[in-house]
Structures are given as structure tokens and as C-alpha cells.
Design a protein around this ligand. Sequence first.
Ligand SMILES: Cc1cc2nc3c(=O)[nH]c(=O)nc-3n(C[C@H](O)[C@H](O)[C@H](O)COP(=O)(O)OP(=O)(O)OC[C@H]3O[C@@H](n4cnc5c(N)ncnc54)[C@H](O)[C@@H]3O)c2cc1C
Length: 463
Amino acid sequence: MTAKVEEAIGALGALLGDRLATSDSVRDLHGRDESTFPAAPPDAVAFPRSTEEVAAIVRTCAGLGVPVVAFGTGSSVEGQILAVEGGVALDTSLMDAILRVSIEDLDATVQPGVTRTALEKRVGGDGAFFSVDPGADASLGGMAATGASGTNTVRYGSMRENVLALEVVLADGRVIRTGTRARKSSAGYDLTHLFIGSEGTLGIITELTLRLRPIPEAISAAVCSFPTTQDAVGTAIAIVQSGVPIARCELLDATMMRAVNAHDGLGHAESPTLFLEFHGSTAGVEEDARYVEELAREHGGADFAWAVRTEDRSRLWRARHNAYFAGIGLRPGCRALTTDVCVPVSELAAAIDATVADVAGLPFPAPLLGHVADGNFHVMLLIDPGDAEDRRLAEGVYDRIVDRAIAAGGTCTGEHGVGLGKRRALGAQSGEAVQVMRALKHALDPTDCLNPGKVLPQPHSNT
Ligand SMILES: Cc1cc2nc3c(=O)[nH]c(=O)nc-3n(C[C@H](O)[C@H](O)[C@H](O)COP(=O)(O)OP(=O)(O)OC[C@H]3O[C@@H](n4cnc5c(N)ncnc54)[C@H](O)[C@@H]3O)c2cc1C
């Protein structure tokens, strides 16, 4: 530990008392994630309760050149929270107040440590919901910082469409508001969207004003299996191109269905499957569902199984949300190198075909799943982290999937963000725009104390 870090810990201890932790167990919990990168614990973990405390922590650390890594629930999958240069993890879990809910305006203001399910519980009884639902029970601050999305994105958008305004602590301790509660604004540069997806590298989000949605009058969900992955993907593309306002359209391939059945004790067909959901009026939902059932049949879809009762739908979507851990269960002791490309929907069939061919000969399982109506899919490359050959093969597949997506006009990451894992890919995708990103980073964080080493490609390096 350097003298500067010791000085920062002394100052933060005086500010926070026992809300500054330096024990190995707390540091370890804040230095590992679901990625395949080695653990990198911070030197200390701070648990602020207010914006003022966040500002004081950041000011102290930046003044001493000590890194600050914001930490929500640590569910990110690209090495985002790893303290690769040491420093202080700033854990927002005690900033968990829902500050204001307006059902009239369908918006809410929350502190960053509020999790998506905590907000759902609070507003559900009032007939509203927050639509962004990543598989993990992530914090809303972390979700904004990674530009997260989920199963409802095809209908309601990602965090980018559902954050109205942010309060942010900058690297020099200033506190700014990036927007208002108005539904639209032409007032100046769009700072809200600058911070969404910035992964803690430009500022610390201390408050979020979010859009809520009314719970629809009718909801119905269905599961439909297909002879091949191509048939399922063809159906998803036809649904999007037909303009049916589908609320959820998720693909799980045969390997993933086997995993989900085993993990959740279900008995679905172990073939490529679409999980679908329709929202609207009773008549509208029936009409949309009938139309989609017809499209599915044209692509060989069978066993269209409906779940109308709330408990049946919950079981279905719980299984989908558990898919990551179900996948991990296919190979005990493995780690998942997870891809996250997103392509224009017209390019989806080719992207998935090439991926299926690429993973066919691998000596380890590689289940595929995706928010296919968005053009976004994941392959979980289930490697033994200690096996160099597994890693070499997986990284080759991973890079080819990313390069094909970029060549097809898509992105290396639809929702997981860049972290450590996609810095090379961001460079390949963004070209000269990376220099603009560097200039923004330098303007807002000149001493590089906010989550250093993340997002921006390392100059003259292949990562
Ligand atoms: C089982 C599983 C399923 C998942 N499914 C999805 C999915 O469907 N869709 C999806 O998008 N993601 C998914 N993820 C990834 C993950 O849940 C998201 O990236 C999520 O948004 C991370 O939130 P978090 O609170 O855990 O953030 P963390 O992991 O704690 O942090 C993520 C990044 O945000 C920064 N950060 C955190 N809080 C703040 C703050 N207040 N201010 C500034 N920066 C901050 C951190 O420094 C870090 O760079 C999944 C992960 C798992 C394990």
C-alpha cells in the first residue's frame, strides 16, 4: 500500500468511521465478479450514505491520486468493478432510499443503491413498473453506469430510454444535475446520456430520476419450441419486421434449454425455444398473440404453450432470469466468458448461423441465448479458467463473434458494457471517436482517478 493510499484511508476513516472497511473479507467481496479476469481487491471499501459523503470521498481520493471504483451490487460481467490499480471501492448499497414516486407523472427519483426489484416492489402496488430487468438484481446506479437492458427492451427500451435525469459527483467533488423531470428537452448538451454507460469513469451517480410504466391491462406469455435455432431466429425477425408490439422475445438454444430444465426443474422440450410476452388491452393481446403463433408455425414452431396466470408467467420468466446460473451448472467449476454482440435485426440470422458453426467443435459447452428481437445475443463459453487451451479457443471464438458483429454494422456490446474485456473491441468499433472519448475523460477526470484502466483501449496495446 502506498503512502497516498494510507493517507486517503486515514482521512476517509475520520469521515466515515466504521463505514470504511479494510478487512480482507470485505475487500475480497469487492474485488471479484462474474468475469474470467483475476480478482483485484481494492485497498479499502467506503460505504457513503449521502451525496455530500460521496463528494468528500471523491475529492479526498482525487486530491491524493488514489483510484475510486464505484460499486453497486458487483454483478457486471466485464471486469468493471475490479480495482486493477488498487484504491477505494465506493459501495452505494447504503444509498438505498426511494426519494419520490409520482404515479401521476409515471416517474421516480431514487438513490443509486436501490435495486431494480426494490423499486418494483415499491411501485407495483400503485399499478406501475420499472421496465429494465437485467438477470441480476442489480443496483439502478450500476444499471445506468453500464447502460443495462433486459427482456423488455424491445418494447420499452434500455436504461438509455428510461433515465430522465441524473445527479452526478464529478472527479473534483462538484455535484451536477444533468436534466429535469420533463419528458423531453432541447436544453444544451445531453449530459444524461454521456454518463449512462460511462461505467464509473466520468463521475459517480448519486441520484436517478427514472421513467415508470403503467402495468398493462392484459399480459400473456408463451413458450414455443423449434426444430432449429435458425427457425426460432427467423420467427423473431419476422415478428420484429411485422411491427407487432411484442413485449418480450427471448431465444434459448437447445443446450440452454437443457440447462434451464435441470436448474429450475422444468420439463420444456430441449430444442431451440422462444419465450414470448404480449402486453396491451385484452383484445389487442389476443390478436397479437394469434398473429405471432401463426408466424411461429410458418417457421416450424410447435407446442405453443401459454402462461396466462401470474404465477405461471413468473415461473417462466424466473427460469429465463436464472439462465446464466443454469448455464454455469452445465460444467461445475467453470467460468463463463460471455459474448454480448448486438446487430441490426436483418443481420441477426447470419450472425447467429456463423456463431453456431464457430462453437460447434469446441470441447466445452457454449449455450446461446439472447434478447433476439433487439438483435442482441450471448454465447456463454464455459471454460476451465486454469486451462490455457480452453482460454485460447474461447478467446478466438469471442473475438470472431465481435469482429463479425462490427462488420455487420453492429456493436461489440449491447448491454454488458466494455469494462476490461471489450476495450480492444471498442477501439475497433469506434475508430477516431475513441479520441473524442479520451478527450471527454481527460476533461472530466484529468488525474484519471475514476475507475482507471476501464473502457478506453490502452494506447499501443491489443486490449
Ligand atoms: C446472472 C446475470 C444476469 C445478467 N443479465 C443481464 C441482462 O440481462 N442485461 C444486462 O444489461 N446486464 C446483465 N447482467 C450484467 C449486470 O447485471 C449489469 O451490468 C448491471 O447493470 C450491473 O449493475 P450492478 O449494480 O451490479 O453494478 P456493478 O457491477 O457494481 O458496477 C458496474 C459498473 O458501474 C459502475 N457503477 C456502479 N454504480 C455506480 C454509480 N452509482 N455511479 C457511477 N458508476 C457506477 C461501476 O464502477 C462499474 O464500472 C447480468 C449479470 C448477471 C450476473
